[in-house]
Design a protein around this ligand. Sequence first.
Ligand code: A3P
Length: 344
Amino acid sequence: MLFKQQALLRQKLFVLGSLAIGSLLYLVARVGSLDRLQPLCPIDGRFGPRGQDEIPLRALQFKRGLLHEFRKGNATKEQIRLHNLVQQLPKAIIIGVRKGGTRALLEMLNLHPAVVKASQEIHFFDNDENYAKGIEWYRKKMPFSYPHQITIEKSPAYFITEEVPERIYKMNSSIKLLIIVREPTTRAISDYTQVLEGKERKNKTYYKFEKLAIDPNTCEVNTKYKAVRTSIYTKHLERWLKYFPIEQFHIVDGDRLITEPLPELQLVEKFLNLPPRISQYNLYFNATRGFYCLRFNIVFNKCLAGSKGRIHPEVDTSVITKLRKFFHPFNQKFYQITGRTFNW
Ligand code: A3P
């Protein structure tokens, strides 16, 4: 009898204990998320002095829900009107550089509640056919957003296309321009890897990187090779500077965005006059991918597609040395113009 009572008591204690632990775990999770789920507050003065403006974190959840529906075209005109949603021209553009980490930068900035990304590369300013369709066509390609939010698009071809600076200037002479760069030789190899993958997919043969990057007749760096030309950052930037002052550009370190994204993103927030909202919580390292991935909230997170972070082919070290030497003077000029120095 006594034994039975003790067993019953133990059972009761076990149930009570489980309940207590469960409640405690729930409370911990709730408190952890509470500081992220503050009540909705006004979003005016989004571009005002730092620290003064409060961005409702609910906007972030909204972005994943309602705005997503609108983007997919599932919302009625009435809903769009009711929510005061608009398709705005971008206030900032990631103009390049191809393979610098432009997608990662856009996706990471999109973690900010005040930022709305144009998911696709629009290629409005670099493609004559698109450009001929006019600015309204471009605006209609933009996602729906609240008036206080800013739209950002990225089309890395803008950086290297001759006509683009003037065209963007005509749209908005005070636009903010983001350029993400990587060590030029690595960027060139990444560029090559992407093209190579495309050729392989089509069962086409392709030259080795060494053969393309070095002119076999002169044994010098082949400046006609696009992947090399794109990495001469200063040449392209100089064309842009005919239209925009250097203060309108912000240089992002693409190599650091891979290894330590938060400080790079904080610099961009500052440049865009956005209150700091992206935190370490939003970025977690995924060992399987070997990259940082994005955490929007307790349930939604994502990594970039597998096409980002390809394995590069091995390149002859003498070719790498030659390329690094070739880029060196251009890099120096780039540091001088931008005021941002790298160890390339
Ligand atoms: P690799 O594929 O050479 O590694 P872009 O988006 O401009 O095409 O740039 C692609 C590059 O973004 C990738 O080049 C990758 O190194 C880099 N990158 C930076 N952060 C990343 C991230 N969090 N996830 C995946 N790729 C990232």
